[in-house]
Every structure is written in C-alpha cells, then in structure tokens.
Design a protein around this ligand. Structure first.
Ligand code: BGC
Length: 834
C-alpha cells in the first residue's frame, strides 16, 4: 500500500466519499476507496485476545487472562510483551486494529464487565493499559482504548447517564485514559454507550473535543461503540470520527444530506475525515493487507507466554498452615464445577474461541504421580451446560450438526444450503453469512444424539433470539416459539431459558433435534433489541441432588491427603450486557466448600472469577488462590501455583469486600430513571474502604508468596519533573520469588478538599533468589503524585505541604513491612493537560 498523503487525498475526495469513510460497511470493516489508495480496515475485539471477524464459529485464537488477571501481574514489562503478542495475533487475523484494552473502573464488584478492566485503581489501569498499548502498537497494529467514559455497569447501558462530579470524573474515571494517552498514544478511542451528566459520550463535545483532543492534545481517531452512535450532527460536531458497525444508521445518506445543507459544515466533515485518514495511514503501515484471510498461530512460544502471564496474575489469598504448595505424590481429590471445564474467559465481546484451553483437572492431573479422584460436588451454571458437549453429531463427532435452510420447518423435502459441525451449541449469529441466505428470515436445525450412561432425569433448556423448539425422539420437550419472555442473554436480545425434563434410560439412544427460526420469527416485541440473524443456545444436563453431591464430596475429601476445590463463576455470571445480582457464588457452592474444608483441613480452594465473590467460609479454609479467567493455559497456571512449580506473585487488582453491602456503589448501582448517581464520588475501591475504615475480605494489592520479602532503605530523588522512589527489596525466605513494590502517596496535611488516605502512584515487580537483594526504582511524575482535581479552577491542583511516600507489598499497611519517606511541595500550583 502506497503511503497515504492525507492532505492531498482529502482535496481529491468527493463529499460522498468522505462521508462513506466515516462509517463501517459491516460489523468489522471500514470503507476502502481503492481509487484513492485507501484500504478497507478490519477491526477486531478485544481486550483479552483477538477474536477475528466472527462471533459465530470463529477462528481460533490465543486467549489471554481477563483484564483483572492481567492487572494482577503488576508487571508492566510483561504487559508490554502481552501487547506485542496481541499485535502479532491481530496480524495473523488480518486485522488492523484491536478493540481494547478496556479500562473502565470497577465502581463496585457487580459490573458485568468488571473482569475486562485491569483494576479499580486509575494508576494500575492506566499504566498497565499503556504498557499493553505500547506492545500492541510496536507491531504496527493500532489499539483502541475503551469505553470513554463511565461505562461502569451494564444495566440499560445505552440509556444511562452517569451523574458524576467533575472531580470524580477526572481523578478516577478519566484518569486511566489520560495516563494511556500520556504514556502510549493509542491510535484510537472508543466512546461509551452511556452519557455523562446529560450528554451521550459519542456526541459529547466536552469529553471528545475539549478534554481528549484539547487538554490532552491527542490526535487519534474516535469510533463509537457498536450501535452507540445516536445522532448525525451532534456526533460529527463533537468529534466522533467513525460510526460502527455498518451499514450506518446516522452517517451515510443522513450525513450527506446534513453536509449538503450546511448543518454540518465542510470543515467539520474534513476534520473527521482527516482523523480517519491518519488512522488508516497508520494501519496501512502495519503491512496488514486488506481483507486478508484469517489465520492461526498456535505456537509453543505463545503457549509459554500465556502461561507466564497467567502464572504472574494468580493471587495467593490465604495460606494458613502452609497447605500450599501441595505435594505431587499424595492422594488427591479434585472437587468442583470449575474443575473439568476450562473457564478461560468472561462473557460478551471479550469472549473468543481459544486454540485450546486446559482445564484445571487436566493441569493438576498432569502433575500428580497418582490419578486424582474427582466429583463435581455441585453445579455452578446459570444457564444449563451446552448440550453439544454431551452429544454426537450426525457425523459421529462430539457436538451437533447444524443445517441451514431458506424455507420453513413445515416445507417438505427442503434442502439445506449450509451444513456445519458445532461443539458449542451457543450461537450468536449476527455475523453468520452465506451467499444463499439472502433474506433476514431463515431457518436451521441442530441435530445430535446421546447414549444414556445411567438412568437419570435430564433437564434441557433453550434460549433464543428468534424462535426454537427442542425435540427428543420427535417428542416436543421445549417450546420457545409460541410464547416468549425477554431475558438477558445475548446482549439482552434473547428469551429467558425455557426448560423441559426428560427421563433417560441407561443404554438407550436419544436423538435431539432443535428447530430454529432467525430473528424475524421472534415474538419478543418492543423490549428486545433484536440482532441480525438472531441467536440460539441449547443446554442440557443430568439433574443432581445437591445434598447427595456434597455428601459424596465430603466422603472423598475425608479419604484423601489433600483436596482441591475448583469453584467460582463463569462467562454466564460475568458477562457484557448483564450485571451480577449479588456477590455470592452460585447456589450450593458455599455449602460445598465449607463441608469439604471441614472434612479435610488440607483443602485449597481455587477461585475463578473476574471480580470479587463473598467467601463466608473463609475462616474455615486454610488456602485460597484467586485464579481469574486465565486464558488458554488456565489449568496449567493453576497447577503450577498449587504445586509450587511457580511461586505466586500476583496482587489483587481490586479490593474484595466482605459483603456486597459494604461496597461504595451499593446504594447507587443500577440505572434508575435513566441515570446512575456516582454518589461515592472519588471513593471507590480501597479509597473508600480506607476512608471509612471498613474491613475488607482482602485488600487491594494483597497477595502472598511461598517466600518472604523485606523492604528497606527507601529513598527519594527529585529529578526534573520526576520523583524517583528507590527501595531495597530482599528475599528473606528459602525459595525464589517475585515481589511488587507498591508506591502510595498520602498527603500529610488536610487539603482544601477531602482526600483519600493514600493513593497508588506507581509500582515495580522484582524477582529475587533466596537471600538476594535488589534495589527497585519507580518513577512518578511529581505533579501526578500530589494532585487532586480542583473544581474551583477546573485544573489539577498540587497543594503546598508534605506528602508521605509509602512503599508496601499491599494497600494494607497495618502489620506489613511498609517503608516510608516523604517529599515537600514548596508552593501550591495548578496544571492542566498531560
Ligand atoms: C462492546 C465493545 C465491543 C463491540 C464490538 C460492544 O458491544 O461494548 O466493547 O468492542 O461490541 O464487539
């Protein structure tokens, strides 16, 4: 691709060409103008791996740990390396830009997408995301920081206005974006679905023009979230360059008309086009060809990196009586619903089909001399497990066979126009394409069979955007066609799960058939935003007796030397489009954990979740690790930590409150009357718990090791604009390990406004052999170290006085080995910009 001379090209483009550049042509591509040397770009999700252009039956990819797991590494070099790998993956998928990282803040623990962001602290999220962006963009691929700003919960995300003070906006929610601009200059920003204080983000001149492009001097390209453009003129005037996806709703003809009447002035159009062309120019320089085929690169190097990243993010929350590391030659039992499935990502646009995903059971078994015992102990699904994992397709492979038809199910002798083999019977069909399917109305069947292993009652469920029935041996078991009720799956476009029961007899074969109609057949009516094609999810599993399962698990635990409980949430509980209702584990799991731990004190709980869960049994369980959603290598990384092949060094990227009621956003969480009030102001996460002195389950920054460390000799050197904080870290234990020096700043005098007790300003991770000592340095820009947002002047203020610098291994200073120093600001000053 020849180099693009942006100013020359703009002069040559017709008005119509210009407008066409400013919207997608489909879900993932922008418009190319070959006659002007302008390629079509491919954009792809997302924050923990590069999915490519298909939600449905997508190409396989490298899945990284979820955002909170990445944040928990507290390792900027490693995140930069992760970013480089993401960039390489994008190239393999023929994509020019990645839709990530996500850096919205976790106001509270329940946000459906909390798992996607790096953590609750703006510096952790901002510095971490900047490292990812540097890595991604070093490959020539462009990163898209999202969602600007305050998309901090999912409930009615398109309808909600965040009502927030300017101070909280600047100090908490916009600050990570500001730091990313300062430290990495991302090629693109994605606006949030919601509005801030009455104006939608995608048409918000203050956010886009005044702050992002004005104050921060950023000159990249701004795109809307998918269907998050809400106007033609306002969005163009405010600075939204690209409407996604296409075909456009507000650009195209409406924008051409508005430009022709002068409502949108030509120079405004040209500003948008210039930003878009500059972006295309950067993308073209990556060498990625237009409409390139999507490939895979499942290499040992990728696996090694994913394992290293996963390992570094796992947090050892508790390890009383040195239960961990476990022994490889002992009789072991593995219990829990997360053991035999790889819970490797959260739900929504961050999900992808991994090259492979190692289950905890396999990762753990591979390390053990003796085959472990296993029992599920309890289910943890929100929707029934996918039926495809239990059935054989018509070809005899695991899964089901999908046949696509253009004619309805009552048309005799119709012929399929497409036939696919599916393992995951969960299909978001928005990007299903077939040249023979020309109408939005089409049909499909799913067929599969299973031979019952025992006499048991099974429960089956169908969720659909469109219509679907499930038949077993031609008998109608689930009717999700006649009457439908809106649920929250598939971004809120689909029905609730409609269920039916069937008794299976050992040794008999059961044939399943699901008849599906695409979205126009839906009976959901006004409340649902139907997506093209529609969606279908078919689940089924044996009905279990929860009490009997616990009793069985307890019996196994009693007879074992050591027990591992694999518990947690999954992509159904934590997903885009839907917030969690509470902070509990799925029903029955708390009882299971408590009973098993009582039966055997050598029990370690492996918790997989992207955000905190309540642990009412915590005082009765000796060892707990927080393993997040760990990507392809999930099971291996968990096993590495459990057996001490890797010494844990992850630190909590967000505070774990004791109860959901303790969290700062508890009173103002959902969308009510079209708004959500950020009443806790700047006090989220540890800023809140410390200020009100509220006990937490585990504090931000917490994470144990199999060795011990000591900090000493903290020193501060002021060099030009920077404060260089140095500290000596010693490994005082007997195994190799890594420690994070967390640098917090606490004002020593009362400021004009209330301020958090202390705030994280930087961090560094260091690996040490037993007995080894190293000096670690963390650079903090001095003005960032001490400032708060002064609403009287609409500027950052650095107040005169003394500031304590605390270097610690956690935000919890009490009883820890924190070392302290301080610096002085001689005279109050104000600043803006970066
Ligand atoms: C999400 C974005 C994502 C986009 C494309 C939206 O629903 O909010 O984060 O990049 O879809 O999948």
């Amino acid at each position: 691709m020849a180099d693009i001379n942006v100013d020359q090209v703009i002069k040559k483009l017709s008005m119509s060409d210009k407008v066409d550049l400013l919207a997608g042509i489909d879900f993932w591509h922008t418009k190319g103008l070959p006659e002007h040397g302008i390629p079509s770009l491919r954009l792809t999700d997302g924050p923990n791996g590069v999915r490519g252009t298909k939600f449905f039956n997508g190409i396989k990819a490298a899945c990284f740990p979820c955002g909170t797991g990445l944040g928990a590494t507290f390792n900027l070099e490693l995140l930069e390396e992760a970013g480089r790998k993401m960039g390489e993956e994008a190239k393999v998928k023929g994509a020019h830009a990645i839709l990530g990282p996500t850096i919205n803040m976790q106001r509270g623990p329940l946000g459906g997408r909390g798992f996607e962001s790096l953590g609750e602290d703006p510096f952790l999220a901002g510095l971490g995301a900047a490292a990812l962006v540097r890595g991604i963009q070093s490959t020539g691929i462009q990163a898209t920081i999202k969602h600007f700003v305050c998309n901090d919960h999912e409930h009615k995300r398109n309808a909600v206005q965040a009502i927030i003070t300017e101070r909280a906006l600047r100090e908490i929610y916009a600050l990570p974006f500001q730091l990313v601009v300062r430290d990495s200059n991302p090629g693109s920003f994605m606006t949030a679905y919601n509005g801030v204080n009455g104006t939608y983000c995608s048409e918000n001149p203050k956010l886009l023009d005044q702050v992002l492009r004005g104050e921060w001097g950023w000159d990249g390209m701004v795109m809307s979230d998918w269907y998050g453009t809400y106007s033609t003129t306002e969005a163009a005037l405010a600075g939204l360059d690209l409407e996604m996806p296409g075909p456009p709703r507000f650009r195209g003809e409406p924008l051409k008309f508005n430009v022709s009447t002068g409502k949108v002035r030509t120079h405004i159009l040209d500003q948008r086009v210039k930003a878009m062309l500059e972006f295309i120019k950067k993308c073209a320089a990556s060498g990625v060809k237009e409409n390139a085929p999507e490939g895979t690169a499942d290499t040992p190097e990728t696996a090694e990196l994913l394992r290293r990243i996963g390992n570094e993010g796992i947090v050892l929350l508790k390890n009383d009586k040195s239960v961990l590391p476990l022994k490889k030659d002992k009789k072991t039992v593995i219990i829990g619903p997360n053991a035999k499935v790889a819970t490797y990502h959260g739900g929504g646009s961050a999900s992808l089909a991994a090259y492979y995903a190692v289950t905890p059971f396999d990762g753990i078994s591979n390390k053990l001399a003796l085959e472990p015992d296993y029992t599920i102990g309890q289910y943890s699904h929100k929707l029934l497990p996918l039926l495809g994992y239990s059935t054989k397709s018509t070809k005899g492979a695991q899964g089901m066979t999908m046949k696509v038809y253009t004619e309805g199910h009552d048309v005799p002798d119709r012929q399929p126009v497409d036939q696919l083999e599916l393992l995951k019977t969960e299909m978001l069909l928005i990007d299903y394409e077939n040249p023979n399917v020309k109408s939005p109305l089409w049909f499909a069947t799913l067929e599969g069979s299973l031979v019952a292993e025992e006499d048991a009652t099974w429960e089956f469920g169908v969720v659909v955007s469109g219509s679907a029935n499930l038949y077993i041996n031609d008998e109608l078991i689930v009717d999700n066609t006649t009457k439908q009720e809106l649920g929250d799956a598939f971004f809120g476009s689909a029905t609730v799960e409609v269920k039916g029961f069937y008794k299976l007899e050992k040794g008999k074969t059961y044939n399943f058939k699901v008849t599906f109609g695409s979205s126009p057949t839906s009976k959901l009516g006004g409340g649902a935003v139907l997506l093209n094609g529609g969606a279908l999810r078919v689940g089924g599993c044996k009905v279990i007796d929860p009490k009997a399962e616990i009793a069985h698990a307890v019996e196994l635990a009693r007879g074992a030397d050591q027990v591992i409980v694999c518990a947690g949430l999954n992509a159904e509980w934590e997903t885009e489009g839907n917030d969690r209702a509470d902070m509990s584990l799925p029903p029955g799991l708390d009882d299971l954990i408590a009973a098993v731990a009582k039966a055997n004190p050598n029990t370690a709980v492996v918790m997989q979740s992207g955000t905190p869960v309540e642990m009412p049994w915590i005082n009765d369980v000796n060892a707990v690790i927080q393993a997040w959603y760990g990507g392809n290598e999930t099971g291996n990384t968990i096993a590495d930590i459990l057996f001490g092949d890797v010494n844990p060094s992850g630190k909590l990227s967000l505070s774990f409150p004791v109860r959901v009621q303790d969290n700062p956003a508890y009173l103002n969480y959902r969308t009510e009357g079209g708004r959500v009030i950020y009443g806790e102001d700047i006090y989220i996460g540890y800023r809140f718990y410390e200020f009100v002195d509220r006990e937490v389950l585990f504090p931000f920054g917490h994470g144990l090791s199999y060795t011990t460390f000591a900090f000493s000799d903290v020193s501060l050197v002021e060099k030009e604009e920077d404060l260089i904080v140095s500290v000596v870290v010693k490994n005082t234990g007997s195994v190799k390990g890594a420690e994070v020096a967390q640098v917090y700043v606490a004002p020593k005098q009362k400021a004009k406004v209330n301020r958090p007790v202390k705030e994280l300003k930087g961090f560094a991770k260091v690996e040490l052999a037993p007995g080894e000592t190293k000096t670690v340095s963390v650079n903090v820009a001095k003005k960032y170290a001490a400032s708060y947002w002064d609403e009287d002047r609409d500027q950052w203020c650095v107040e005169e006085g003394e500031y304590e610098v605390i270097v610690s291994d956690s935000s919890e200073i009490k009883g820890s080995k924190a070392v302290k120093s301080s610096f002085k600001v001689a005279e109050t000053f104000w600043w803006s910009g970066l």
